[in-house]
Design a protein around this ligand. Structure first.
Ligand code: ROI
Length: 172
């Protein structure tokens, strides 16, 4: 546990078993996490699958959490939520009921066997960049060696044209 809460961002994705409901439920579960406060959530986005194309489109979102949990404890909590959603790790880059990725943990750069933060997929994933930009447009992403990249520039460079914001009437 840290004494000072750390601002983190978590990417949510689902393309199985009523994805919108999966994400809504996951956001409820994130808001109930111990020693943590969910302070912002993005809209929901629909995106073509990255990876094998013979799977349904994904629904994606990003949530912001202030947490006193260590990065590793937070990761364990996220994996617990994924498992409650019947997540089984089967096909590599295949369909899934719920994916929760720890995208950013404050300014920290973490490279351990089970956790890489910032999430290495951020720069090329429109389904992460667009919702993150919606809720934190001024964010700077640490790149290690005290470098940073602005989220705004990453969004401007992103080639993904498939990620679309969902209107509220589709979500509610
Ligand atoms: N593709 C999209 N569009 N959204 C995701 O959340 C997502 N998650 C994944 C893979 C299978 C890589 N593709 C994805 O894990």
């Amino acid at each position: 546990m840290n004494n000072n809460p750390v601002v983190c961002y978590i990417g949510l994705g689902s393309n199985l078993d009523h994805p919108i409901e999966q994400l809504k439920q996951a956001i409820n579960e994130l808001s109930a996490l111990e020693n943590s406060l969910l302070f912002v959530q993005s809209s929901f986005y629909q995106s073509a699958p990255m990876g094998p194309q013979d799977q349904p489109d994904f629904i994606n979102a990003v949530a912001g959490l202030k947490t006193s949990l260590s990065a590793n404890d937070l990761l364990l909590q996220l994996q617990g939520i994924e498992q409650q959603h019947g997540r089984v790790r089967e096909q590599y880059w295949g369909p899934r009921t719920l994916d929760l990725d720890l995208l950013l943990y404050g300014e920290q750069v973490i490279n351990t066997d089970n956790l890489q933060v910032p999430h290495p997929g951020i720069p090329e994933r429109g389904f992460v960049l667009y919702p993150l930009y919606e809720i934190a447009p001024d964010l700077e992403i640490p790149t290690g060696k005290s470098g940073r990249e602005s989220l705004k520039e990453l969004v401007a460079k992103c080639a993904d044209k498939t990620t679309k914001i969902l209107n509220d009437d589709k979500v509610s």
